[in-house]
Design a protein around this ligand. Structure first.
Ligand SMILES: CC(C)(COP(=O)(O)OP(=O)(O)OC[C@H]1O[C@@H](n2cnc3c(N)ncnc32)[C@H](O)[C@@H]1OP(=O)(O)O)[C@@H](O)C(=O)NCCC(=O)NCCS
Length: 217
């Protein structure tokens, strides 16, 4: 992977996932979610196959020189109320996307990741652009997600999760995931506790929302 250090994000292809990408996505996730991989909390072959059967248009990969270096999994949902509290397992149907509803109003980001050796080159941004295109193509009102508060474990002795998130929103602290989400036009809504078993975020996620400016009622 060392050649990936010198790359142009524009030479990376963002495209819909194909069945043949599944082994590459699993390999990617062992690196991109190394901490979650240790507890077996990355996509399995069965789950990835399900995603393609249920909502193929919502699955994206970033490909560089034939290798999968990024991926983003999405589904369409309608929450019970606009900002209803939820967990990752609940909203994704335990990762199987059985909660996907074509007549929902929100694209939900179940995960997004890039390989550690190709980060900070705009590939994550391009995956989000791809997701925004999906949101517009399906004329959805918004895109939402629970972003794990990636760096919260380093600050938990000084901040509660809400104060920590506000420090990130106000650019006094940097969080690898929330800062990236804000940079991509998302608004921070609130903290989702018990979102995902995760030693980095201590199970806290930020409810984030991007409003589709082209939504037609
Ligand atoms: C979050 C994640 C997907 C971001 O991916 P990425 O490919 O690094 O994203 P980008 O390159 O678009 O943006 C990341 C940062 O690099 C910066 N950047 C982008 N292009 C750059 C360039 N050419 N030169 C310098 N910096 C650049 C961006 O401004 C952004 O800055 P920030 O750190 O202030 O947010 C990635 O860090 C990741 O996979 N994390 C682990 C998995 C995870 O927890 N995912 C989220 C929860 S599901």
């Amino acid at each position: 992977m060392s050649s990936f250090y010198v790359i142009d994000a524009n030479s990376v292809v963002i495209r819909q996932t194909e069945y043949s990408d599944i082994p590459g996505i699993i390999e990617l996730q062992k690196q991109s979610f190394a901490d979650l991989a240790k507890i077996g909390n990355i996509w399995s072959e069965h789950e990835l196959q399900n995603h393609l059967e249920i909502f193929p248009e919502g699955q994206l990969v970033a490909e560089l020189d034939g290798k999968i270096v990024g991926s983003a999994t999405s589904l369409i949902v309608r929450l019970k109320t606009e900002y209803a509290e939820h967990t990752w397992n609940g909203v994704t149907g335990n990762g199987l996307l059985t909660t996907h509803v074509r007549n929902g109003d929100s694209l939900y980001g179940a995960d997004i990741s890039t390989h550690p050796q190709v980060r900070h080159k705009g590939i994550g941004h391009r995956l989000y652009q791809g997701r925004k295109d999906i949101t517009m193509k399906f004329n959805l009102r918004r895109m939402i997600a629970g972003g794990r508060l990636y760096n919260y474990c380093e600050y938990a002795d000084r901040y509660d999760p809400s104060n920590y998130a506000h420090e990130v929103v106000d650019c006094r602290l940097h969080d690898m995931v929330l800062s990236f989400d804000l940079l991509n036009g998302f608004k921070y809504i609130k903290i989702l506790p018990n979102y995902l078993e995760d030693t980095r975020s201590l199970n806290y996620a930020s409810f984030i929302e991007w409003i589709n400016p082209h939504f037609r009622t």
